[in-house]
Design a binder for this molecule. Structure first.
Ligand SMILES: Nc1nc2c(c(=O)[nH]1)N[C@@H](CN(C=O)c1ccc(C(=O)N[C@@H](CCC(=O)O)C(=O)O)cc1)CN2
Length: 286
């Protein structure tokens, strides 16, 4: 491996230290930030992610508000929980853990969240604010990627960035974040339907892959010395018959890239740290 690793886990730990100080500052004003989670069903992966969010809260002093509903919960029951969290002054931000069971209308649920309590930053109003350059909670994964690159002094101003993936949670909002005046990168938003994907990735100083296709980015698609960011997280069964997560960037890319955000230990921990940041910011706004 020749690429320098950009360590999302260590950076997230640093951010949590900073948040602890801000949470103390809020306590002096008599305010305890609160993060709510809504979990519907008992999917083990979703349970683990929600548990992780509450562990993170405990580490920095954010109050946890947990709402759990059975897998067969009705749309009305979910709507009621959302209405309750929208009205709860102790809850400064909350998330609905995705995916929801199929019989529920995900878009409806996400649109019912009060945009000013949208800790994931994925409400249409907040994506609209991002398009227009207005303030509002930012989507956690794109925000985490930009923050990690910034903390490692990876230049964005004037950089050519290829983003592979046009999803609403990562690729599309990331393109918007990177092209803000404060970042000033030039972004090519690619996707699995892009003709000659390698032409775009080879031209880039930074390649960010969020396509959900294991091993999509191979060494021949990367300019030597470029920075690569792996956002992919796909569960696969290994040759030993055991399940494991794999990213979108082939291991061999580490021999060509100058710097690499790996999976695991890169974007995931940063996403978690940005969720906490969004909640603390919401509380600071009063
Ligand atoms: N409402 C939301 N639902 C979901 C989100 C989300 O951001 N908001 N994202 C994923 C699940 N998720 C958080 O909820 C999440 C996934 C993965 C990681 C992470 O840190 N992954 C590790 C690797 C895998 C592991 O060890 O479990 C890493 O990248 O190092 C954090 C959060 C879907 N649902």
């Amino acid at each position: 491996m020749t690429a320098t690793l950009l360590d999302g886990k260590a950076t997230a730990a640093e951010i949590k230290d900073e948040l602890r100080v801000r949470v103390k500052g809020l306590a002096e004003r008599g305010l305890v930030p609160g993060l709510g989670t809504v979990l519907v069903g008992a999917d083990p992966g979703s349970q683990a992610y929600v548990n992780g969010k509450h562990r993170d809260c405990a580490e920095v002093g954010i109050a946890s508000i947990r709402r759990e509903l059975p897998a067969d919960a009705t749309q009305e029951q979910v709507d009621e929980v959302i209405a309750e969290l929208n009205a709860d002054p102790a809850c400064h931000g909350y998330i609905v853990q995705l995916p929801l069971p199929r019989h529920l209308d995900t878009q409806r649920v996400l649109e019912l969240i009060d945009p000013d309590k949208d800790a994931d930053g994925l409400h249409p109003v907040n994506l609209g604010r991002l398009v227009l350059g207005y303030d509002g909670p930012l989507p956690c994964t794109p925000r985490g990627i930009v923050e990690l690159l910034r903390r490692y002094d990876v230049p964005l101003r004037g950089a050519e960035v290829a983003v592979v993936g046009r999803g609403n949670t990562v690729g599309r909002p990331l393109g918007l974040l990177l092209t803000r005046r404060s970042e000033n990168a030039t972004v090519t938003l690619c996707h699995t339907g892009t003709l000659d994907l390698a032409k775009h990735t080879r031209n880039a100083d930074i390649v960010i892959v969020a396509a959900g296709v294991p091993g999509l980015l191979t060494a021949d698609m990367v300019r030597p010395g470029a920075t690569v960011v792996d956002v992919g997280i796909t569960r696969v069964i290994g040759p030993d018959g055991k399940g494991r997560y794999t990213g979108d960037i082939a291991a061999e890319v580490a021999e060509v890239a100058g710097a690499m955000v790996p999976m695991p230990g890169g974007v995931g921990p940063m996403t978690r740290a940005m969720l906490l940041t969004n909640v603390v910011e919401r509380a600071e706004l009063g």
